[in-house]
Design a protein around this ligand. Sequence first.
Ligand code: GLU
Length: 482
Amino acid sequence: MPPRVRFAPSPTGYLHVGGARTALFNWLHARQTGGAFILRIEDTDVERSSDEMVQGILDGMRWLGLDWDEGPEVGGPHAPYFQSQRLDRYRAIAHELLATGRAYRCFCSPDEITARRARVEAEQGGWKYDRACAALAEADIRARVDAGAPHAIRFLVPDGTTGFDDTVHGRIAFANADIEDFVVLRSDGHPTYHLSVVADDVDMEVTHVVRGDDHISNTPKHVLIFEALGRPVPAFAHVPLILGTDKKRLSKRHGATSVMEYARQGFLPEALFNFLALLGWSPGNDREIFDKGDLVEAFSLGGISGGNAVFNPEKLEWFNQQHIQRLPAEELARRIEPLLRERGRWRDGFDAGDRPWLLALIELLKPRAKRLHDFADETPYLFSSDRVFDAQAVAKHLHGEDARATLAALADALRSVDPFERTVLDAAVRAFAADRGLKVGAVVHPARVALTGRAVSPGLFEIMELLGRDRTLERLRSAPIT
Ligand code: GLU
């Protein structure tokens, strides 16, 4: 049977990079093996869950290209995929455990438990539920239930040890003596996480559970429930934590942790995908740049390392730069259109006759672009007729009668350059400097400030070409000389 994996976020927050990486490993495993990738929303904590967060998670996954085969908005044979809509099923399973003697009703109130716990902890140190209710007589239980006494349902942990083979960490075993009889159904009829997650993994026929390391200590409880239900125990792969560069658990202190925040900051989904895949997984060689298809081919759960992974934002930026290089200008034009529109720099002609101009600009900026925003923001003077003059650049390069005369003469010389293209302009400017006995820099620097307002810009001749003859001559002539 092809593998069935799931990503099971609790919608109590946006999709953060840790969750996205877990989703991504699951997705890669499904796509590589021809299995199914299920998205299940674990929204049993009604107070802390919200539709907005669910939508945010779906948006983040779609943006990253993590499409799911079963789940919200897609449906599937095991719908619904929201735990809040499956409560009856959890109650039924809790009752199945009761009926088979693998669980018992617990009438202890939280206050009673707190008091007993305080006493035991003071006397002996550790506490686990003392099984007070495991010994109740059947008639007593019946009478209490008939009287409507509130009660939880606890799993009866058997003697022995419970272990599992973790694809990442190897064999992990726990002494059952260290596991208390945990609650599976609360007195308000709500399941605990342990019950709902196992019930769903059973019903949805999940074969591989790939999730965060922080769940390792929960897993023996889950194994016990699977076994008690007489259902096959899935394979487990617990993925190590993501740390910040200071080796502390990744949090907002380290900068953006939301996937959609990276989208807003001009990162490509391809780059974040590539970067996240290599956070804790390795192809077994030095290769770093992968597209999604390559990753699907190269991925294996066995390549996930047991050590914690470090999230390095500079490395992410490097990946972004690499993936920007790999996109054709036409594709980049589509991606930056919303940014240009937002900034009022979009012209209708960009969809028509001015398209080649936009593509040429993109080609010019591409080699140094780290984020999509660079295309929209690096050269405002090419989109607008006003240039903003940098005072230092003006003071350094635009002063004195010489500068005025040089720029005026350059404008005259460029009148007849034909075609008005970078290589021809390059030759013309050099010839102009030589004629006047000037160093090339003595022409190029003032011209750059005159055209862009700045001392630093992409190639001057490319800028001239993109400005075109009229605007170039006009800007050379109207430069503010101090
Ligand atoms: N809902 C759980 C979480 O967000 C995931 C449970 C699981 O993957 O088993 O941590």
